[in-house]
Design a protein around this ligand. Structure first.
Ligand code: FAD
Length: 389
């Protein structure tokens, strides 16, 4: 078993660091993935170790305690961690998004209070956009922050928030000017989850990625000081659109990791399992399925690498490429996990087999960080704009 064969290149991450990531995945994540899935527990010990060995804040500058790498390095890390277990990669992705927000728009005080402890795994974060009435259409959120003296009062409800049951603080999107809406009326706030007025509503029990803690947050007239505002008032939409492109690249990496794990497991099984007196891999019905997965995995990797390099160079089409990478890799990993289950036959349907978990873990990748339909919307707009120009 080895993750050394990730074909995603890196730029700042050198050979020794790549090896360290691969060993961490093989020795610390893969052996506990089944147990984490069954117990749905937060992988506390893995989380702390990730903070210690520098797997949080891959693109965040070193001066803030990040790794100081590129989007390409981030893609490599996400793919590698997800080859171990997607719920662990999720934590890396979450910290990356909030690390980018805090690094780009935070004040020195906010960076000291939230960014550094988050990168060293002393504080856990959540980012809270989705509401009962607002998912794909983020511009329709109703959580409201109203000015009160120097500060604000926050009221509203967020649902399906990663880490809500375990977070120390949340980055919360709220309306500050209903007249302006998403064109200047939505802002971002840093909210300590253990303060009066904030409640963790519930803990969801999910189909897959079950060690990822997902739940609701309710804000009942929560008083916030003026320095709870992250960046400038009304700028949230622009901030989020930028970091969400990186978030989508991260989910493309996570999806590729699921595909690679599915391909590895299915390949081994096809060689180990015999029927009709020969390994099942001797049947083209099986070996051609492996060929298709391997080819699509390479194609998804190439597209994701192109998207990462576009983000790193600030290319005009970077956001579109990130949507393409997310769309292709996420839809791919759902098909690839399905193909792996088929190679395993009945075993593939039984709890405890890796491919059964991969099949469940894959499904959410087509939904979170923007659904496949939203990615097609972004991509088609770029296609049509290009044609009209
Ligand atoms: C496990 C999990 C973790 C999550 N983590 C977080 C988190 O940490 N923070 C956070 O803020 N949110 C999080 N989410 C929420 C997630 O981002 C949303 O579920 C997702 O954006 C879709 O929103 P929705 O569920 O409201 O679906 P809806 O927006 O109601 O969409 C329902 C369906 O309609 C389609 N649809 C909607 N509008 C259009 C359109 N214009 N054209 C075509 N099709 C359309 C969608 O693609 C989808 O298929 C998480 C969700 C889950 C399940």
């Amino acid at each position: 078993m080895s993750t050394g064969n990730s074909v995603i290149p890196s730029s700042v991450l050198g050979a020794d660091e790549r090896k360290l990531v691969a060993e961490f995945v093989d020795e610390r994540i893969r052996p506990v993935a089944t147990e984490l899935d069954e117990t749905e527990r937060f992988p506390e010990e893995i989380y702390r170790e990730m903070g210690k060995i520098g797997l949080f804040g891959i693109t965040v500058p070193e001066k803030f305690g990040g790794f100081g790498g590129t989007a390409l390095d981030y893609l490599f890390v996400m793919e590698s961690l997800s080859y171990g277990y997607a719920s662990v990669a999720d934590q890396c992705g979450l910290v990356e998004i909030l690390g980018s927000l805090l690094g780009n728009y935070g004040t020195p005080e906010q960076q000291e209070q939230y960014l550094r402890p988050m990168l060293s795994a002393e504080k856990r974060c959540a980012y809270a956009l989705t509401e009962p009435g607002s998912g794909s259409d983020l511009g329709s959120i109703t959580t409201r922050a109203v000015r009160s003296g120097d500060g604000w009062v926050l009221t509203g409800e967020k649902i399906y928030i990663h880490n809500a049951p375990v977070a120390d603080f949340a980055v919360v999107l709220a309306v500050t000017d209903p007249e302006l809406g998403k064109r200047g009326g939505i802002s971002v706030f840093l909210v300590d989850v253990d303060q009066p007025g904030v409640s963790r509503a519930y803990h969801e029990h999910k189909m897959g990625q079950r060690a990822s803690q997902v739940g609701g947050l309710v804000f009942d007239s929560v008083p916030l000081s003026a320095d709870a505002l992250l960046g400038e008032e009304g700028k949230a939409f622009g901030y989020m659109m930028k970091v969400l492109a990186k978030g989508r690249l991260g989910i493309s990496g996570l999806s590729l990791g699921i595909s690679r794990a599915a391909l590895d497991a299915a390949t081994r099984q096809s060689l180990d399992r015999s029927q009709f007196g020969k390994p099942i891999s001797a049947n083209q019905g099986i070996s051609f399925s492996l060929a298709t997965v391997a080819t699509e995995l390479r194609a998804g990797t190439a597209l994701s690498v192109e998207a990462a390099r576009a983000l790193d160079t600030g290319a005009a089409d970077a956001e579109t490429l990130c949507s393409m990478a997310k769309l292709y890799a996420s839809e791919g990993c759902v098909r690839h996990a399905d193909a792996a289950v088929q190679v395993f036959g009945g075993n593939g349907f039984i709890r405890g087999y890796e491919v059964e978990r991969l099949y469940r873990d894959a499904r959410i990748t087509k939904i979170y960080e923007g659904t496949s339909e939203m990615q097609r919307l972004i991509i088609s707009r770029a296609v049509l704009k290009g044609a009209a120009a």
